[in-house]
Design a protein around this ligand. Structure first.
Ligand SMILES: Cc1ncc(COP(=O)(O)O)c(C=O)c1O
Length: 454
């Protein structure tokens, strides 16, 4: 593919989707790609085509069943090649990144040692570790229904004790010496890190951190769901043992996600979920025999449509070339960044050196949710306002020390006090013209609604 042009990647219907706004009917601009991405046209076509031959996976001898099983299984190899995973690693399908992390946290909870989780983790790669670790720590005694509330609190308490949250330094980066110290001083079984922050796009040095993690005998778990659609992931080169991602973030909606994990590791565990299709035989006395392959971790009828979509989206990303994608998106992000910089009423929470595809910012004196609503209602532009499920990091970058008032108001059903930022996130559906329209809208909002701000 030559020059990137969204018109070659998405359907006319997606690109021309229009919304009624206060300024008339406008073409909708999606600047919320970090939350989810529209489907590539080729993905839509492939899924529609597959519907004709859709059949059961791993069950049945009919032609449709064979086609479906082959397509489903082939997706594992497509994913493995895309991220250069070890040949014999497993691709375990999940609904999304959240599901994949939960499965992995379940496995690790059986093992001795602590879990190191970074302060920039999304709650999806933070809370599953607390829940599984805490659950294991309190043991498996059965209890009365009325005691459940107490137990739930205990799970969180002990879970938090099993987790070490490692922090960023004053530049909001990870200090490798600090990481090494944590690994030296604690028995860490798994070291968890996101490859790209969904708040400010910060990409830690995965390769170097992986080296350190391995030096201390821990496994390295990487959440790549904000990374692999923008930058090259190479599990072998980057020293990654476990990798998770979601199809809907790389232009393949339809509910697919995955965990890549070492075969030798997974073969030792009972599956996270069990039922039909992931075991070969159940004996008279109710014991089940197991597979020593990926099927063991593939319970129930799988989401073949999601897998077909992911495989096609990866093919498209590879056809375009990740380097080209990086450059294309960088230009748009940079245009937005430079435009925002010009307005003194805007506070940006990322510096130009670390600029990636997501830009967190606020308009001083205007509520983030209010601005996001105005962008949508008046200008037909979708962004996100909120804390992006990364509470610790948001508190840090917004310098919020005291959370008593926040907790109190949330308990009283009021979420207004929760710290909130605006986030514009760029993807392949965007153009520099979109950036211009966005900057125009932001400046207009400041002009109209920000008059009282000094
Ligand atoms: C860094 C990161 N990890 C995990 C998730 C959770 O992904 P999903 O909702 O697909 O499970 C997100 C979603 O925004 C994310 O940004």
């Amino acid at each position: 593919m030559k020059k990137i042009n969204p018109k070659n990647l998405f359907s006319k219907e997606i690109l021309n989707f229009s919304v009624k706004t206060k300024n008339g009917v406008l073409r909708y601009i999606n600047f919320d790609n970090a939350a989810t991405t529209p489907a590539f046209f080729d993905v839509e076509k492939q899924v529609a085509q597959y519907m004709i031959s859709y059949g059961s996976v791993h069950r049945g001898s009919g032609e449709k069943s064979k086609i479906s099983t082959d397509l489903y299984e082939a997706t594992r190899d497509v994913i493995k090649k895309f991220v250069n995973a070890e040949k014999d690693s497993y691709v375990i399908f999940s609904q999304n990144t959240t599901g994949a992390v939960n499965a992995c946290a379940y496995f690790f909870s059986f093992l001795k040692g602590k879990v190191a989780v970074s302060e920039i983790e999304h709650s999806s790669s933070y809370l599953p570790w607390i829940k599984e670790e805490g659950g294991k720590k309190i043991g498996s005694k059965q209890i009365k229904f009325s005691d459940l509330e107490k137990i739930n609190e205990k799970i969180q308490f002990y879970g938090n004790k099993q987790i070490i949250v490692y922090k960023t330094d004053k530049n909001l980066h990870f200090d490798l010496k600090n990481i090494e110290k944590i690994l030296r001083q604690n028995k860490i079984k798994v070291f968890v890190l996101t490859a790209s922050s969904n708040v400010n796009g910060y990409c830690p040095d995965i390769k170097k951190i992986g080296q350190i993690v391995h030096k201390y005998g821990a496994y390295f778990f990487v959440d790549a769901c904000q990374y692999l659609q923008h930058h090259k992931i190479d599990m072998k080169k980057m020293n990654i043992d476990f990798l998770v991602a979601s199809g809907h973030k790389f232009y393949a909606p339809h509910g697919g996600g995955f965990l890549i994990a070492p075969k030798k590791f997974c073969d030792k565990f009972l599956p996270y979920q069990i039922g039909g299709g992931n075991l070969p035989y159940i004996t008279k006395s109710g014991y089940f025999l197991r597979y020593e392959n990926q099927l063991a971790h593939d319970p129930g009828t799988p989401n073949a449509v999601g897998c077909v979509a992911m495989a096609k989206a990866i093919e498209v990303l590879q056809d375009i070339g990740i380097k080209k994608i990086e450059n294309y998106e960088k230009e748009i992000a940079n245009k937005i960044y430079q435009g925002l910089l010009k307005n003194k009423r805007i506070k940006i929470y990322v510096d130009s050196k670390n600029l990636n595809t997501v830009i967190p910012f606020n308009i001083i004196g205007l509520d983030a949710d209010f601005v996001a609503d105005k962008l949508n209602d008046d200008f037909g532009i979708g962004v996100r306002a909120g804390n992006f499920c990364v509470y610790q990091f948001i508190r840090k970058i917004m310098n919020i020390k005291d959370e008593k008032e926040i907790i109190e108001s949330v308990k009283n059903g009021n979420k207004d006090k929760i710290p909130s930022l605006l986030r514009v996130s760029v993807g392949l559906c965007n153009t520099k013209k979109d950036a211009d329209r966005f900057l125009y809208a932001i400046n207009k909002i400041i002009q109209i609604y920000g008059q009282k701000i000094q």
